[in-house]
Every structure is written in C-alpha cells, then in structure tokens.
Design a protein around this ligand. Structure first.
Ligand code: VGL
Ligand code: ZN
Length: 235
C-alpha cells in the first residue's frame, strides 16, 4: 500500500512535469512582445493610476528576456484631447459620451505629449525593444489599440511593421487589461496574428464591468489567456 502510494506520487509528478514541458511556450523569431502603455500616468501617483499597475513592471522585465522582438506603446495625447472629461462641460471622468466614431469613456487628463506623466516607466528594463508606437495623438480621436484608432480605420502602421518583420504571434502585456491591452489584442486577432495576453503582466481599470467584458470579448475572438510562468525562460 505504501509502495503503491509512493509510485502514484512519483507518477503524478512525472506527468505534471511532462505536461508543463509540453505547454511551456517558447517565443521564437516569429513572436513579438507588445508592452502596452507602461507610463507614469497609469502608475501609482499618476493621473489615471491603475490599481497595482507597478506590479506589472518586474513581470514584464522578466518575460521580455525571452523575446528577440519587443514593441512598446505610449499613449500620447494632445492637450485638450477629446477623451479628457475636462473638455466636455458638465462631464466627469469615467462617464461616457457619444462621439462620431462611437461611445467614448471620458478620462482624467493623462499622457499629454512630452510630459513626465507620458514617459515610460523608468523601471522598465528592455534594452532590445525595437519600436515605440505612439497613439492617441489625433485630438478628436482616441486610440486604445496599438493597431487602429477608435474610428476603426486609421492605422498606426503596427500590423504592417510586424508583418514585414515576419511576426506571426504577439504576446500582449501592460496597462490597462480592459482598455489598451484588450483593444490591442482584439485588433491583433483581426489583423491575423495568433494572440496571447499575459494576465499577470497586466492590470485593469475595471469601470462599469469593463474587465469581465474585455476577457469575454477576447475569449470569443480566440485570444489565448496565459500567465508569465507559461512562457519558457529563454528565447
Ligand atoms: C488607457 C484609458 C485611456 C490604457 C489609455 O492605456 O488602457 N486607458 N487611455
Ligand atoms: Zn488615453
């Protein structure tokens, strides 16, 4: 009985180690990590601070070591941007309005071009990052997605860039899960990429059910939800 117990444990650990080995994902040259909006405004003390936002930084630094290709994004708004509640009289942050391109959540002023709040976190350590995409710089259109502005048609050029570099798979991490990360992941699917969102390398804003909706939309679109530990430690 004891022997049987021991061998069951041994077998279980053998099976789980094999399973782990089989499911660990190894980023290759056709993979890119997209680091979304890890900027001071979204970190503690920032004007649109995401709860626990700072906790994504060490996780992102760690997984980035497994990627030859890393692209970062920067939310990069004009002063008086249409997404700011402050430019709509009588409106407060987190309320919504209807704009020509659809429903827009209104935010505190954030990530204004050239300000310290718009700077990438100084704690990011990803020297190989090859491209920084700035987005949301058209005053009358927001851009959560790294691929497409909120009008649904103006591109940032990122899909063409990745395709010309022969990237087929993107891994998305950063802030915020339910806005810029999710919209980026959904547009990456639409552009034909295989898409992974690294859940513990992201944090959400979660306003009016946005976090649950984002995960549901991503699941429906075929976005794979993974954890940083699922990524093999070397490139
Ligand atoms: C974001 C709200 C407004 C984001 C950017 O990075 O998720 N959210 N602008
Ligand atoms: Zn923004």
């Amino acid at each position: 009985k004891v022997l049987a117990g021991v061998s069951t444990v041994a077998l279980a650990s053998l099976v789980s180690s094999k399973l782990w080995a089989a499911t660990a994902i190894k980023p290759d040259d056709a993979s890119a990590l997209l680091v979304i909006d890890v900027q001071n405004c979204f970190l503690p003390g920032g004007s649109l601070a995401v709860k626990e936002g700072e906790q994504v930084v060490p996780v992102i630094n760690k997984i980035a070591k497994s990627f030859a290709n890393v692209v970062m994004t920067q939310d990069w708004h004009t002063p008086g941007h249409v997404s700011f509640a402050s430019v709509h009289s009588g409106k407060k942050p987190f309320e919504t309005i209807d704009l020509p391109y659809g429903k827009q959540v209104l935010w505190p002023d954030h990530c204004v071009q050239g300000t310290d709040g718009a700077a990438l976190s100084k704690d990011l350590s990803i020297p190989q990052a090859e491209l920084i995409i700035r987005k949301g710089f058209h005053k009358d259109v927001d851009s959560y997605s790294a691929f497409l502005e909120a009008d649904g048609k103006t591109t940032t050029g990122l899909a063409a860039y990745l395709k010309s570099r022969k990237v087929k798979r993107v891994f998305v991490a950063g802030l915020a899960t339910d806005f810029c990360v999710a919209w980026t992941a959904l547009d990456a699917r639409k552009a034909g990429f295989e898409v992974y969102v690294v859940e513990d390398a992201c944090r959400g804003i979660d306003t009016q059910g946005s976090l649950a909706k984002a995960w549901a939309d991503m699941a429906k679109a075929g976005v794979k939800r993974i954890q940083s530990g699922d990524i093999a430690a070397t490139a």
